[in-house]
Design a protein around this ligand. Sequence first.
Ligand SMILES: Cc1ncc(COP(=O)(O)O)c(C=O)c1O
Length: 403
Amino acid sequence: MMSKQFAERTLKATEAGIADAFAVSDNADLISFAGGFPDAGLFPNAEMGDAFKEAFGNTQNLLQYHGDHGYQPLREQLAQRLSNDGTPTQPDDIILTQGAQQAIDLVARMLINPGDGLVVEAPTYFGALGAFDNYDPTYYEIPMQADGMDMHALRKALMAHSFKLIYTIPDFQNPTGVVMSLAKRQELLRLAREYNVVVLEDSPYRWLRFTGEQLPTLRALDTDDRVISLGSFSKILAPGLRLGWASGGQKWIAAIAALKNGADLESPFMTMVAVSNYLAHNDLDAHLAKLRAVYQAKKDAMVRVLHQELPAGFSADDPQGGFFVWLTAPAGVDMGVLLKDEILPQDHIAYIPSKNLYPSKRVVNAARLNFTGEDAATIRTGIARLSAALARATQPTVTAALS
Ligand SMILES: Cc1ncc(COP(=O)(O)O)c(C=O)c1O
């Protein structure tokens, strides 16, 4: 029972929160496909250690307050990188945040009054819902298709209701792995202009493409300063750095900075200096190439076993990058109930059930599987075990007849 001392948002966060979705058991046998964890073996430990040491040796006032939009040399390096990626960016277009997660929170805080219309992809990243929930938006779920959100549904929603913000993950979407096509990127911006809606582009997986052509960011296609674009060092260096960024026009960055001031004053200066040192002395592109090769091999291992062993009626997508494979069960199968009642306690496998990924909680027959956190052999074992569990749980008569 929640005490009356707590605000309503606390009740919401503890009921539907992230912790619940990261269902863990303390069983040593647990294989988790639940978290969005990078491969810890790929963290550049030694290089980051050197970068921190250099920060402590060389930087004046390292441990002092600084209070601007984040360490200027790092914003310059980042602006260069974003510009090289086709999105012309100046250092002043960037504010460094504590992960992309903080940037999502600050953008919602900047724009959303209680009841304001907010478009989200359905399904979407549950951490974003956790941030948005605090501002009491009215959610409109736009279904995901193989090439991004359904633009007919978006147009219909925009015609019928008023909106402040469209939240999208156009590159290797969390959780479906889908990439929004160029045509849909252009259409989304046309609609946003027509209905005067701000677009929040959240793209932490963008530089983890295994195959296919990179598409322009929404911010690169933006003509009237309505896209705020988010990125992160979490998936490409290490999430423990808690370092991400928002980039956009001055009016947005200034407002985000004012709100960040009230949230935490500034991001940790020593981390920003260390990441800047890391980028100065190491080849991030070579590091990214290594991540892509390892993650593609893991993704291939997961998809191969899924396609071989999933029982009839189940299907799994084969993404071109990112961290996740989307698994669809036959209608009527509740992957959340199965997880809690059987697959976690008996089979010691964890995943994120689709129910947690829709504000309405309306789709229960799907799941998000992460392929980056575990090693390839464990992925093969885990997916074989998961497939057998799904067969047992959903087709008991067939399994019984065969045994
Ligand atoms: C789409 C998306 N946005 C934001 C985040 C938060 O990342 P960060 O660690 O940069 O806060 C994640 C992390 O999983 C994510 O998948």
